[in-house]
Design a protein around this ligand. Sequence first.
Ligand code: CA2
Length: 144
Amino acid sequence: MHILFLNGPNLNLLGQRQPEIYGRTTLADIELKLREMAAKAGVSVDFRQSNHEGELVTWVQEARGNASVIVVNAAAYTHTSVALRDAIAAAGVPTIEIHLSNIHAREEFRHRSMIAAVCRGQIAGFGEQSYYLGFQAALQLTSP
Ligand code: CA2
């Protein structure tokens, strides 16, 4: 079983800017912890970040036949990207949407997710734990 984690724009700044909103943990810290969890569970993970919408779309396309589940924090593209939504819908790979913050408790423009309707579910508001809950959900989706 292979789980693909995708991270959208500016998440490379995690832990370095705006800690009052997004915490002090870096994306590298989260990746390390996920790799430990994956090793214990006997699954493989790929963990990627891009500031470019097209690159994220390409990675979703390439997941078809290669990943069992996608866990995605699309960051700002969550609220804008029809391209990402179409790619997720076309890939046919079960996809879990995650967010560090509770997007529904923030500015109105963050309440709408363009990708929610083509994802299996959404986890939002638990800080870095959203990633670990996303991992657990991915395991559940593929267990018989
Ligand atoms: O809560 C989340 O995980 C978000 O996906 C994060 C996005 C935001 O646009 C979404 O509405 C919700 C922002 C990611 C940028 O992360 C930063 C981290 C540190 C410093 C600056 C940006």
